[in-house]
Write a protein that binds this ligand. Structure first.
Ligand code: PLP
Length: 516
């Protein structure tokens, strides 16, 4: 199967019920621009006819869309009604338009036989790509966006998905409508590039209490997810050519940010204690920054040990480097109590702390935050103004209430129990199906685990075969920047209901058998 067939659309996407309603007349819609050429030898009525007919045949005017009355169009074009009436009469006669006695004139529900709907052709987008077409070398180096087979589907073990069916939409809707019903709703003027003060205060309180982050509201910038936090941090802190330590294996989307910033990527190996700081120093002591996931290393799952945390902070202070701490899923820990953030240990304000609501609520919410050292706040705000000016307002207000009224902590408690069960079911199903041939790691927290594959198996082949069986595992090898050390699968358990875990692991086993 060609990769383009996999792009964006999965064969396994759930079919949504199509509402059984008859097409309705569209009272208003966009109308074609009519630029009449009064000097042309083509009469005015023919020009109007040609423009409307083309718009209908191209599908730019929808079936049953209302078109202006002849009087209104004539007034708009500043011509007499006669040419308009004549053009409409011809379009009506040929079946492009239909009129409903007294109700107006509409585009016909079905086109004349000469133009069956299958022949609806949109105007061709020009494909002329001649002449120099330079793009930035940084953009050119980014890997293509075309989705690999394992990235396009939704179903068992999709990485990064959560239990949306357990999201308290009834509460959320109530809070959203509270804002839409009142004038407080949406400020119609420019807002703060850092985000709303109320929301930032709620986040600061939460982070101080639950993550031991040292911060107040003024240091918090609201962003559209961790990805934007990394982007703004890279723009503020790094110049093209600067070296950045990245965990190896690591989170591939973070890599893209530093590539786009023109940085030199230094893959630093991770082990059971997290990032190997000594190895990083050997590879590139004077790196300008390190990107780390100390609470739950992505993807292997180690929690960074206390001695490594201190080594990392010491190194950063010694060489004047920045540490970007991505604390993406620390809310879910199943076997030990939560550990404090790296930022909370830092005495020299070298850590930029990044958090997100993608895991605890749902990823398409696109809300996250970054905690900025006080002396850098102004630079972050100035940079944000050049990016997207300021964050969208509504969800900040809603989330603020969601946190302050206790819904967030309740949701965290509930989902924590749910994910614990899903994780256990997955670990047990893997043990049952594969025995000691497959090793599980990183399952003590978060919403994914890694299953390492027996020698001789190529994880990309396995993931491709599994995707064809509606099992959406990421090949571990794709998380390496350099040569992969381990072959395995990253399996998300957040969005996989208990009843689906066993059957999906059996399908995975079958996929592996077929490759042997
Ligand atoms: C390491 C890591 N960081 C951050 C995120 C969340 O990113 P965002 O907040 O941009 O949705 C993920 C999601 O899977 C992740 O794996």
């Amino acid at each position: 199967m060609g990769s383009s067939e996999w792009q964006f659309k999965s064969r396994f996407e759930p079919e949504l019920p199509v509402p059984d309603v008859a097409p309705r007349k569209v009272a208003t819609g966009f109308l074609p621009v009519i630029a009449l050429d009064r000097k042309s030898s083509t009469p005015l009525h023919r020009q109007i006819y040609d423009i409307y007919r083309a718009a209908i045949v191209n599908g730019n005017l929808a079936p049953l869309q209302k078109i202006p009355s002849s009087r209104a169009l004539a007034a708009e074009l500043r011509i007499s009604r006669i040419p308009v009436l004549s053009a409409y009469a011809q379009l009506l006669g040929e079946g492009y338009l239909e009129s409903v006695g007294g109700g107006g004139t509409f585009v016909s529900k079905s086109l004349p036989d000469r133009f069956p709907s299958s022949q609806h052709r949109r105007e061709e987008t020009p494909k002329v790509h001649s002449g120099p077409r330079p793009i930035s070398s940084r953009s050119a180096t980014l890997p293509s966006f075309i989705g690999a087979p394992w990235l396009v589907g939704r179903g068992a073990f999709t990485v990064g998905q959560v239990a949306v069916e357990h999201f308290p939409f009834h509460v959320w809707l109530r809070l959203v409508s509270r804002y839409y019903k009142s004038v407080r709703a949406a400020p119609l003027y420019f807002s703060d590039p850092m985000g709303s003060k109320d929301f930032r205060s709620s986040i600061a309180k939460y982070l101080r209490t639950v993550r031991s982050v040292k911060c107040d509201a003024d240091q918090i910038m609201v962003v559209s997810g961790s990805q934007q936090a990394l982007d703004v941090a890279a723009r503020v802190l790094l110049d093209p050519g600067d070296s950045v330590w990245l965990e190896e294996p690591g989170y591939s989307l973070s890599r893209r940010v530093f590539m786009l910033a023109g940085c030199r990527l230094i893959p630093v190996p991770v082990d059971q204690e997290g990032l190997n700081v000594a190895a990083g120093i050997r590879l590139c002591k004077n790196a300008r920054a390190a990107y780390v996931t100390p609470s739950h290393q992505f993807p292997l799952g180690a929690t960074m040990s206390s001695s490594r945390r201190h080594q990392l902070l010491e190194w950063a202070q010694q060489v004047g480097a920045w540490i970007i701490e991505d604390d993406y899923d620390s809310e879910y820990r199943y076997e030990s109590s939560p550990i404090a953030s790296l930022q909370g240990l830092d005495r020299n304000s070298r850590v930029i702390y990044v958090g997100t609501f993608s895991k605890t609520l749902y990823p398409s919410l696109r809300v996250g935050y970054v905690v900025i050292p006080t002396d850098l706040v102004d630079r972050f705000a100035a940079t944000r103004l050049a990016m997207d000016v300021y964050p969208s307002d509504l969800f900040q207000a809603v989330l603020s209430d969601f946190i302050n009224e206790g819904h967030y902590s309740r949701h965290l408690r509930r989902t924590s129990l749910l994910y614990r069960e899903r994780r256990e079911a997955l670990v047990n199903a893997i043990a049952e199906q594969f025995g000691s041939a497959v090793q599980v790691q990183g399952e003590q927290s978060g919403l994914h685990l890694v299953a390492t594959l027996p020698e001789g198996l190529d994880d990309q082949q396995v993931a491709k075969r599994a995707a064809a069986k509606n099992v959406w595992a990421w090949p571990l090898s794709t998380c390496y920047l350099g040569r992969p050390v381990l072959q395995g699968l990253v399996l998300g358990f957040g969005s996989t209901p208990l009843a689906e875990v066993g059957p999906a692991i059996r399908r995975l086993n079958k996929a592996i058998d077929e490759l042997r």
